[in-house]
Design a protein around this ligand. Structure first.
Ligand code: E4P
Length: 218
């Protein structure tokens, strides 16, 4: 299972990278805006900085909504670094663009996926990744994890190679549940990844080991 971090914050990306468990990064226009990164050149430069920190795939989202401009923008993003994955919205033109890039061997991530049917189309178009947003489904009283299970079943039935990238992760249990279902990748805020580290019995156990060591080595 791959771990991606879902942020454009360079410090957090660096922290996750230094932990040694990071396989890539996902961003979106909202995450870029949150870091105050605005203007085309600044955004392109920021992707280049992210690629320097991590070894794996870095999803960079197009702003264009029509096929022709998605291609122009996608090519420009892909030219930054071979780590860049072109993130395309789950729309008519987004699917066409995913097919175009897949024919060229360029990696894509079809984003804003909320149904099994959308995920099926993304796989048919040859997307490298499909991003179902489980947290946003949970937010509207719909079972986000069930969508991940449905996509897993469909992809396994036909041996689709598109990787399920569980997105919109809200907490640590989402990561564990996605691992049980068999999502290929999770993309998560740093806090949910760090949450996997913690258990009170680990802290109590370590404290006891250290105090027993001190007693025996006075
Ligand atoms: C995925 O690639 C998106 O950037 C992200 O996971 C969306 O998460 P949110 O619902 O917390 O905004």
């Amino acid at each position: 299972m791959k771990f991606f971090i879902d942020t454009a914050n360079l410090n957090q990306i660096e922290e996750a990278q230094n932990l040694g468990v990071l396989d890539g990064v996902t961003t979106n226009p909202s995450l870029m805006a949150k870091e105050g990164i605005t203007g085309k050149q600044n955004i392109l430069d920021h992707y280049a900085k992210i690629c320097k920190i991590v070894d794996g795939d870095v999803s960079a989202e197009v702003i264009a909504t029509d096929f022709e401009n998605m291609i122009i923008e996608g090519e420009e993003l892909a030219s930054i670094n071979s780590q860049i994955v072109i993130k395309l919205p789950m729309t008519h033109d987004g699917i066409k663009a995913a097919k175009y890039f897949s024919n060229k061997g360029t990696k894509t991530n079809v984003t804003l996926v909320f149904s099994a049917g959308q995920a099926l189309l993304a796989a048919k178009a040859g997307a490298t990744y499909v991003s179902p947003f489980l947290g946003r489904l949970d937010d509207i009283s719909t079972d986000g994890l069930n969508l991940i299970s449905e996509i897993r079943e469909i992809y396994d039935n036909y041996n689709f190679q598109t990787q399920i990238l569980a997105a919109s992760i809200r907490h640590t249990m989402h990561i564990i549940d996605c691992a049980k279902i068999g999502a290929d990748v999770i993309t998560s805020p740093l806090s949910s990844i760090s949450g996997l580290l913690n258990h009170p019995l680990t802290d109590i156990g370590l404290e006891k080991f250290l105090s027993d060591y001190k007693k025996g080595n006075k």
